[in-house]
Design a protein around this ligand. Structure first.
Ligand code: KQY
Length: 368
């Protein structure tokens, strides 16, 4: 398919909000044994539960390696789930996949960002990452969707959230990290976001959640729930390492307006835990030089904010935590038109992320 030399904004395309109608959700089968314990088997079961939860609301396509194709097909052999062979380095399609953009005629295109496994040789999570780098264009080829490419500009989908009305939220911890685009200033990074997502205003939260191995992806910390309204991971406990981060983000949001001049309504979402991997869980992960070490003393960056919006549904992680029921109530109140479905998220968290990081929604072609 065509790679376009223009920009989405110049061509009249913008990134829609996650609640816009969707054609399907993309996922990628988890299997690398130096990230997922026990050869990925517990994570695969958790992944199947997420795929099946989404498939109640809309089609799901799961990309899988040739080696795992037959196994994935056997586990995902249910209506509304399609399995296609896509080689990858890991399962985080939010970050390796394309960002879809749409125009007023309802045409959908894709932005294929550069990818360096969350930091390349300066704190990245594995090497090599060349197959992940190809995931975006493979998805767009399968869907016959034209693409924009940003060679040399690294960005992961989990590091941005938009309202579809001109405002983008991100964290400086990630986008300004010298392991992503050290050759660019903040203004130059903003320029790429403006031209490729057609946003007019960028809200920079200082940091994401403590110990998030993505360098503070916003999708684990703060997300849009409606235009002008965000949900922010929150703690009032001064001993919690997230206390300063949450309050700094609140300060930015409370003193900012969005692209339409609206002040932000900020809803608070309690942070579960503290959660840690057990020694047994860590022992189940293969030890490979250059891959993320797993250690029971490291606090896990668990967050209920890491949920996915699908057509009529909210797919959110639960953690077998006392906060689970409250988190579900908060989401249900914020999304009264959606059914909130919680899926166990601990196995996904042990791999370094959660449901939003493991999914990529594809907006539906539609007239504005
Ligand atoms: O949270 C994400 N968006 C990705 C997490 C990657 C973790 C790799 N171990």
């Amino acid at each position: 398919m065509t790679t376009l030399n223009t920009s989405p904004r110049a061509d009249g395309f913008h990134m829609p909000a996650e609640w816009a109608p969707q054609t399907q959700t993309w996922m990628i089968w988890p299997e690398r044994p130096d990230n997922w314990r026990l050869g990925g088997k517990p994570a695969q079961a958790a992944h199947v539960a997420v795929a099946k939860a989404i498939a109640r609301f809309e089609p799901v396509t799961v990309g899988v390696s040739a080696a795992q194709y037959e196994n994935a097909c056997a586990h995902l052999n249910v209506p509304n789930i399609r399995v296609v062979e896509i080689s990858s380095d890991d399962a985080w399609v939010r970050d390796s996949g394309p960002t879809f953009v749409i125009n007023d005629s309802g045409e959908v295109r894709g932005v294929n960002w550069d990818f360096n496994a969350w930091g390349g040789f300066e704190g990245g999570l594995y090497f090599p990452w060349n197959r992940d780098r190809q995931v975006g264009s493979k998805i767009l080829e399968i869907e016959r969707i034209a693409r924009y490419h940003t060679p040399g500009f690294v960005l992961e989908g989990g590091s941005i959230h938009v309202d579809g009305e001109g405002t983008l939220i991100t964290t400086a911890e990630c986008l300004m990290n010298r392991n992503r685009n050290p050759h660019l200033s903040r203004e130059e990074i903003e320029d790429v976001l403006r031209s490729h997502l057609a946003v007019d205003k960028i809200i920079w939260l200082p940091d994401g959640l403590f110990n998030d191995e993505t360098d503070g992806h916003v999708d684990n910390f703060c997300c849009y729930v409606a235009p002008g309204e965000v949900l922010l991971a929150w703690t009032d406990d001064e001993q919690n390492p997230n206390y300063v981060r949450c309050h700094a983000a609140m300060n930015v949001l409370a003193t900012s307006t969005d692209a339409k001049g609206r002040p932000f309504v900020v809803h608070k979402m309690p942070i579960p835990g503290p959660m840690f991997a057990t020694q047994q869980e860590c022992d189940g992960v293969d030890k490979v030089a250059g891959s993320q070490d797993r250690n029971p003393s490291e606090r896990l960056a668990g967050s209920y904010v890491n949920f996915l919006i699908v057509n009529g549904g909210i797919i959110a992680p639960s953690f077998d935590d006392p906060m689970d029921a409250q988190a579900k109530d908060i989401l249900q109140n914020l999304f009264p038109q959606h059914e909130v479905v919680m899926v166990p998220g601990r196995e996904l968290l042990l791999g370094g992320g959660n449901i939003h990081c493991l999914t990529q929604q594809q907006p539906a072609p539609r007239k504005a």
